[in-house]
Design a protein around this ligand. Structure first.
Ligand SMILES: [Fe+2]
Ligand SMILES: [Fe+2]
Length: 282
């Protein structure tokens, strides 16, 4: 009898970015584009670190616990590859953020080199819980945040968030099989969240400065309001996920993202593009 089938699908998505893609992909909310772009900038550093961390633990896993791990790693590598392509548009318009990118590279590289395998696994598992909460928050505010958004850029983010929901348990299962310390999980999750907030904050400020909107009350108010709202989604989710005997499968999935993901066409490597004018997938 072979290993159980993987519950995950690695989707080879083709994103046709136009040469003149505007990195401010939600024109009515440039601050949201900036904050989201900072998350995109983090991905080519954070996701390969998660992949290396989980891969390093594979030998310690029983065969049946390995089901789906390779596909989880495949999804993460696909995410960071697509974000890397998209990030070229961001850094071309905002060269100032390459400095923040340097901090990201050093931070995630340092974690991988200097922390224990257990800490790195706890960090990956906690980061996946944060990504799941981010997906749930985004879906709740989709009509507002993605209204008028560039269809290709919006679809990149929605595809990524939908797959984060799909593999919300993957890193957690590996962490649980190897370690499972709730204290380590809580600590590593906190470090991950603080780093994420710092990089999004500093990167967004760099982009606002380039826009000459650093002291815009509207920009600062919106960023603060989204940060508070997102914090109210992420913090309780992280708290619950750190409780004894909790498992991410107990978290309810958002409704739209998985349904939309199921419309992926493997023949063409495409899915329905986000229709920003209608506020839904076309
Ligand atoms: Fe990802
Ligand atoms: Fe993920």
């Amino acid at each position: 009898m072979g290993p159980p089938p993987s519950p995950l699908t690695v989707r080879r998505v083709q994103f046709a970015y136009p040469d003149d893609l505007d990195p401010v992909w939600v024109p009515s909310r440039p601050e949201f584009s900036h904050a989201a772009n900072c998350i995109s900038l983090i991905m080519p550093f954070a996701e390969p670190y998660f992949v290396r961390s989980v891969r390093a633990a594979l030998a310690e896993l029983p065969a049946d616990a390995q089901a789906g791990v390779a596909d989880y790693l495949g999804q993460e590598m696909a995410h960071q590859g697509q974000h890397k392509r998209f990030n070229r548009f961001v850094t071309a318009r905002y060269p100032g953020v390459t400095r923040v990118e340097g901090w990201m590279r050093r931070f995630y590289g340092w974690l991988g080199r200097s922390r224990s395998m257990k800490f790195n696994l706890a960090f990956a598992a906690g980061s996946e819980t944060i990504a799941y909460a981010l997906a749930r928050w985004t879906e709740k505010h989709l009509g507002t945040l993605f209204s008028g958004a560039d269809p290709v850029a919006a679809t990149l983010y929605l595809w990524h968030l939908a797959e984060e929901v799909e593999h919300k348990s993957s890193a957690y299962d590996v962490f649980e099989a190897v370690d499972g310390s709730r204290l380590r999980y809580a600590w590593a999750s906190t470090v991950s969240l603080v780093a994420l907030a710092f990089f999004v904050w500093t990167g967004s400020l760099a982009m606002l400065k380039a826009d000459r909107r650093l002291f815009s009350p509207v920009a600062q108010f919106r960023l603060t309001r989204w940060a508070v709202s997102l914090g109210m989604e992420i913090l309780p989710t992280l708290f619950v996920s750190a409780l004894p005997r909790h498992h991410p499968s107990k978290f309810a999935d958002p409704v739209f993202l998985p349904r939309w993901l199921s419309q992926f066409d493997p023949e063409t490597g495409t899915m329905p593009l986000w229709d920003g004018a209608a506020g839904r997938a076309a």
